[in-house]
Design a protein around this ligand. Structure first.
Ligand SMILES: Nc1ncnc2c1ncn2[C@@H]1O[C@H](COP(=O)(O)OP(=O)(O)OP(=O)(O)O)[C@@H](O)[C@H]1O
Length: 247
């Protein structure tokens, strides 16, 4: 095993993963620099979610290595990986998964309470994040009384409330309308930058990817390089020696 470069907070080498024998990642390598916002782009089914799950320790790659700072994640046991995810990582799903019995602020405060923070401190931090995401007025409502876009903002507040080292966001604005999407993404990226949070953002939306510092593209479980043509039919997708036009 070779340790990753010092300036990469996450580093993956030659990841392979199959779901029930069907390959989802076939040799993906990448580094994520500290404090950068990295977009993982590509069409549906290209392996974005699987890659984020391997990087965040939710899945263990069948081959390859994942490192968080100088710690190998792929060799960790389930309990250590669970602790790493709880203490260092945040996760946003495309569909908000909230606890129905808890109010919006209690849902947002949950990760802090699970870490043993006081009720008062957890509530204060949760309310601040809900305010930043423009849903302070919903703090006492339960999920059933919120619309989908409000529920997603609560889920985003919950992911940010601990100021994680790395935030994994899997199509985080998928349930939002276009205007809402831009606002939530700006809030998310501004918060990440001001708190020094590294973000790995999976998206198939070019407008969303444009907010990132850098993008990596996947196609059929492999990394590809997308080159923008100066004037022509679209982007050129290059993988090794093979080229194809994606329009
Ligand atoms: N739990 C699963 N069981 C079986 N196959 C799966 C499972 N999860 C993903 N796959 C398959 O693995 C491949 C990669 O899926 P993945 O969800 O990682 O891609 P994605 O780029 O995130 O797609 P989407 O944008 O649709 O979420 C796809 O072919 C998908 O059908």
């Amino acid at each position: 095993m070779v340790a990753p470069p010092d300036n990469d907070v996450l580093w993956a080498r030659a990841l392979h993963f199959s779901h029930n024998g069907s390959p989802a990642l076939t040799g993906v390598s990448l580094g994520v620099r500290e404090r950068e916002i990295l977009a993982v782009t590509g069409p549906r089914g290209c392996g974005k979610t699987t890659l984020l799950q391997c990087l965040s320790g939710q899945l263990v790659p069948h081959q390859g290595e994942v490192w968080f700072n100088s710690t190998p994640v792929h060799t960790m046991g389930p309990l250590v990986r669970e602790r790493l995810r709880r203490d260092k990582f945040g996760w946003i799903d495309p569909e908000p998964q909230l606890v129905p019995e808890l109010t919006a602020w209690e849902n947002a405060a949950l990760p802090l309470m699970l870490r043993g923070a006081s009720n008062r401190a957890s509530r204060k931090a949760a309310l601040e994040w809900l305010e930043r995401l423009d849903i302070g007025g919903c703090a006492r409502k339960r999920p059933y009384a919120l619309v989908q876009a409000e529920r997603q903002r609560v889920a985003i507040a919950r992911a940010l409330v601990t100021a994680p080292t790395v935030l994994f966001a899997d199509e985080p604005t998928a349930p939002l309308h276009r205007a809402d999407r831009a606002h939530v993404l700006r809030t998310l990226t501004t918060a990440a930058r001001s708190h020094g949070i590294t973000v790995v953002l999976a998206t198939h939306d070019a407008e969303v990817a444009a907010l990132a510092d850098r993008s990596v593209s996947l196609l059929d479980g492999r990394r590809v390089h997308t080159v923008r043509l100066p004037a022509g039919p679209g982007d050129m997708t290059v993988e090794g020696a093979a080229c194809s036009l994606s329009v």
